[in-house]
Design a binder for this molecule. Structure first.
Ligand SMILES: N[C@@H](CCC(=O)N[C@@H](CS)C(=O)NCC(=O)O)C(=O)O
Length: 202
């Protein structure tokens, strides 16, 4: 199995943290976006979206999408259960992971893509959209802060993919102009806890 990785990318980081939590190491191929390596005909034949991460199985089957890859790896390496251990937990993890993707990751990513010079000339940027998304990101971080008032983790009593998704989104936000608001004490406590895990450096 081979993991195609974009070292600075938020989504590849989700899979690297997932693997580190499982204690699993995979052969990894780093792709350099600055050199256009994710837009070559060979790469696009693997993933027409031109995005990372991509997992190539030993029989040549290709999986992309960080959650699809993580789900596959969860079946191969069930412990610790990062998608929930019981039917109820699995539903809770699904619910919170989707919320983290739509409510936290989406606006933070929109600020980065529509407001950062890195994307100039790569996509059509709409600066007004960045401003709207910046306000949404702050508002939703405060919502997540309230959710975490009496909880250690986002979805269940243990660390799950919902935490990984939020953690990777908030790292992008921290580096691209949508940091955790100062008043979000619960979210800051959670952030300190998840980023102190050894897997955070994966
Ligand atoms: N929904 C996909 C998103 C993948 C994605 O957008 N990856 C980014 C890195 S964080 C990428 O490869 N960007 C390269 C590009 O847009 O050219 C997933 O979860 O894997």
């Amino acid at each position: 199995m081979k993991l195609y990785n974009l070292p600075p990318g938020m989504n590849p980081r989700r899979v690297r943290i997932f693997l580190a939590e499982k204690g699993v190491e995979l052969e990894t191929v780093d792709i350099d976006m600055m050199k256009g390596e994710n837009r070559t005909p060979e790469f696009l034949a693997m993933n027409p979206m031109g995005t990372l991460p991509v997992l190539e199985l030993d029989d040549g089957t290709i999986l992309s999408e960080s959650i699809a890859i993580s789900r596959y790896l969860e079946h191969l390496h069930p412990e610790p259960a990062l998608f929930g251990a019981t039917p109820l937990e699995q539903a809770q993890v699904e619910m919170w992971n989707r919320r983290m993707e739509y409510e936290i990751m989406a606006p933070i990513t929109a600020v980065f893509r529509h407001g950062n010079p890195f994307w100039e000339g790569r996509i059509t940027q709409v600066p007004d959209f960045a401003d709207v998304a910046r306000a949404q990101a702050s508002e939703r971080m405060l919502w997540l802060d309230r959710h975490l008032a009496d909880r250690e983790f986002i979805a269940t009593d243990t660390y799950t993919v919902a935490d990984i998704t939020a953690q990777c989104a908030l790292l992008l936000g921290r580096n691209t102009g949508t940091p955790i608001p100062d008043e979000a004490a619960n979210l800051t406590r959670w952030w300190k806890g998840v980023t102190a895990r050894p897997s955070a450096r994966a």
